[in-house]
Ligand binder design. Structure first.
Ligand SMILES: Cc1cc2nc3c(=O)[nH]c(=O)nc-3n(C[C@H](O)[C@H](O)[C@H](O)COP(=O)(O)O)c2cc1C
Length: 176
């Protein structure tokens, strides 16, 4: 059993839901998990033995709160297992150049934070229209149309491959 910090940032809530899913999965595997929204003050519990970072791409970058948490944590986490789940629409693109661009942003994020050797998973995100103002909703519909993706009539269009995410979390946990 390991003490695992799941540190996440979310703008429309989807990555928050994925972080809760990952935390529940790790807890079910017998680990002691601390789930931390990086927008909140840091937890004051014992330092973790492993760290799972999760954040989403907005206009080409991950949330500032996650970047601050990762930079502050990097010296404390050196030598410990760290994994990063980067959530974006590009991750689910059929265009390999878009996927490569998302990978490069995530790799740069880790390098900027000073985190070496982290496992990386790109997860396709979601569009939850009720979380968006009309102009952003219109912009997201344009992006989906450009990618031949039909918005779900419910307003929640989810692209996440949950099995792939679960597999990544399980592989991370297996290495602890
Ligand atoms: C305003 C806005 C900007 C976005 N910018 C990007 C982007 O630059 N690249 C990308 O691949 N996805 C982008 N996305 C898609 C989000 O990464 C995706 O919707 C993700 O699921 C959001 O996660 P969250 O709900 O945790 O914030 C954007 C979404 C919104 C609403």
């Amino acid at each position: 059993m390991a003490r695992i910090l799941v540190c996440y940032a979310t703008t429309q809530g989807h990555t928050g839901a994925l972080a809760a899913r990952a935390a529940a999965r790790l807890t079910a595997g017998g680990h002691a998990v601390e789930l931390w929204n990086a927008a909140d003050p840091p937890p004051s519990t014992q330092p973790p033995e492993a760290v799972l970072l999760m954040g989403s791409l907005h206009l080409g970058k991950h949330q500032d709160a996650l970047a601050r948490a990762a930079k502050a944590g990097a010296p404390l986490w050196a030598g410990k297992p760290v994994a990063f789940v980067s959530v974006s629409l590009a991750a689910g693109s059929r265009d390999p150049r878009e996927v490569a661009a998302a990978r490069a942003i995530a790799t740069d994020f880790l390098a900027d934070a000073g985190i070496k050797g982290a496992a990386l998973h790109l997860a396709a995100g979601a569009v939850h229209e009720r979380e968006l103002n009309w102009i952003t909703r219109w912009m997201m519909r344009e992006i989906l149309a450009k990618h031949d993706a039909t918005p779900d009539p419910s307003g929640d269009t989810v692209f996440t491959d949950y099995a792939a995410l679960d597999g990544f979390i399980d592989a991370f946990a297996a290495g602890l």
